[in-house]
Design a protein around this ligand. Structure first.
Ligand code: ADP
Length: 435
């Protein structure tokens, strides 16, 4: 399953990058082409206008006007006037002088006249005074052509076509295209390779979460199976002797009751954690008097403490009000006090104290019980983690209390820490911000 997700991530990565590169590349290419052609157009218009308006051109027309004759598709040096248009030649341009019918009057640069002059451009001279277009001149060669006229639209005296071969621009554009395509393909390839490794890294936390979820389900099923097996065994025993009075089966019935309580607690804890995971368990925020909550909790636990022969002390010297969920904060105190009494020794002590320091409430639950070995401390808040499974079960524990405590504290934007010395006792400290 993870392999498929990995390839899907790589695929999406490549697809998104390809689209981005394509759009960027097209943008760069079109912009480059536009600026190249614009440069050519500007030169053509500038030169064309300068020529046709230039003194030399007018003088020449005046002098040679009578001798200008159309030439059939070739240059006749004696007929074609040699116009001193050095700026035009210097820039790799060529020009053709045409009469109003588009017949060539002069072709000083000896341009091949297979595709030129462009008669479509000549035709529009009766409508407009200037025209710019790209003309195909065979073998894939293109020429940018500027056409303008001297004289009015109805009776043009002479038409000038100035052309600029686009070969250098086309070569530059082809080079850019090759660069963009090869760069883009390399980029896509590298992104596929990089994406493959990144996807693996991105999947690590998902894999871990999946594994944890798997273990959680396995642990939960296991925990549910034990009480169910015991309930079944006890009820089977009861059905074997239906004639016996209830009093004779009291042990069995008590076992069933105890296991049902255990199941009940387990299912409640599982539900709390499932809601916490889904983010559905939104806390009900309100002002909470934490000192009062501590007092109530200690009162509630007095009978249990007495039953375990543990002295329960509560220290709340000053009032402490913070924003939080009273139900969840009570649950937090119950979990910690329950543990402080359950894992204590007869004649031991459990203390709950609350103080306010630097804008936070600091709750400590300490006991003089069995303590926890250092190697267990990092795992204590994991689900179903129990130092002594048998003892926990015997005390009615399911191994989810501290996970829930951790979630409650985190949901209140606080933190919880534990320190413990085996055979001396443990101290759980909770820091809660007072908003
Ligand atoms: P449980 O339902 O087993 O009490 P918890 O999540 O509350 O589950 O606690 C996890 C384990 O941490 C317990 O099984 C116990 O081994 C250990 N533990 C918790 N609190 C204490 C404590 N005050 N003293 C010693 N061990 C503790």
């Amino acid at each position: 399953m993870f392999n498929r997700i990995r390839w899907q991530l790589v695929g999406w990565n490549v697809l998104v990058l390809s689209v981005i590169l394509f759009l960027l590349g097209s943008g760069v290419y079109l912009l480059f082409r536009y600026s190249l052609y614009r440069g050519v157009d500007e030169t053509l218009v500038l030169r064309g206008e300068r020529l046709i308006r230039g003194e030399a051109f007018r003088e020449l027309l005046r002098l040679t006007g009578t001798t200008l004759r159309p030439v059939p598709n070739q240059i006749t040096p004696s007929v074609a006037p040699v116009i001193p248009l050095s700026p035009v030649e210097a820039e790799g341009l060529f020009y053709l002088l045409l009469d109003s019918q588009g017949r060539v009057l002069a072709n000083p640069q000896s341009v091949a006249l297979d595709y030129l002059p462009d008669l479509n451009a000549v035709a529009v001279m009766s409508v407009t005074r200037a025209d710019l277009r790209t003309v195909n001149v065979g073998s894939g060669n293109k020429v940018r052509l500027y056409t303008t006229r001297l004289g009015d639209a109805a009776r043009p005296i002479v038409i000038l076509q100035v052309g600029h071969p686009l070969a250098p621009q086309e070569t530059a554009l082809r080079g850019l295209l090759i660069l963009l395509v090869s760069g883009g393909l390399t980029g896509v390839f590298l992104s596929a390779v990089g994406g493959f490794f990144l996807a693996e890294r991105a999947l690590v936390p998902i894999r871990n979460a999946f594994r944890r979820q798997h273990e959680f389900v396995a642990d939960a099923s296991h925990e549910l199976r034990t009480p169910l097996t015991l309930i079944r065994a006890n009820t089977e025993m009861l059905t074997r002797h239906p004639e016996l009075p209830v009093a004779a089966n009291l042990d069995c019935l008590n076992d069933v009751l105890r296991e049902t309580d255990h199941l009940n607690r387990l299912v409640n804890d599982l539900l709390t954690l499932a809601r916490a995971d889904a983010g559905a368990d939104v806390l009900e925020w309100e002002q909470v008097a934490l000192d009062q909550l501590c007092q109530e909790a200690s009162r509630q636990f007095a009978p249990l403490a007495a039953a375990h022969n543990v002295t329960l002390e509560v220290n709340t010297p000053s009032p402490c009000v913070l924003r939080g969920d009273p139900g969840r904060l009570r649950q937090l105190l119950l979990i910690l006090l329950d543990n402080a009494i359950k894992y204590n020794r007869p004649g031991g002590q459990a203390t709950l104290s609350l103080r306010v320091e630097r804008g936070q409430a600091i709750l400590t639950v300490s006991d003089t019980g069995m303590g926890i070995a250092p190697e267990h401390l990092p795992h204590l808040f994991e689900r179903f983690y129990r130092v002594d499974k048998a003892r926990s079960r015997e005390m009615g524990g399911v191994g989810l209390g501290l996970s829930i405590a951790h979630w409650i504290v985190t949901a209140h934007r606080g933190r919880i820490q534990v320190s413990s010395v085996p055979d001396q006792g443990s101290i759980f400290t909770i820091f809660l911000p007072i908003q």
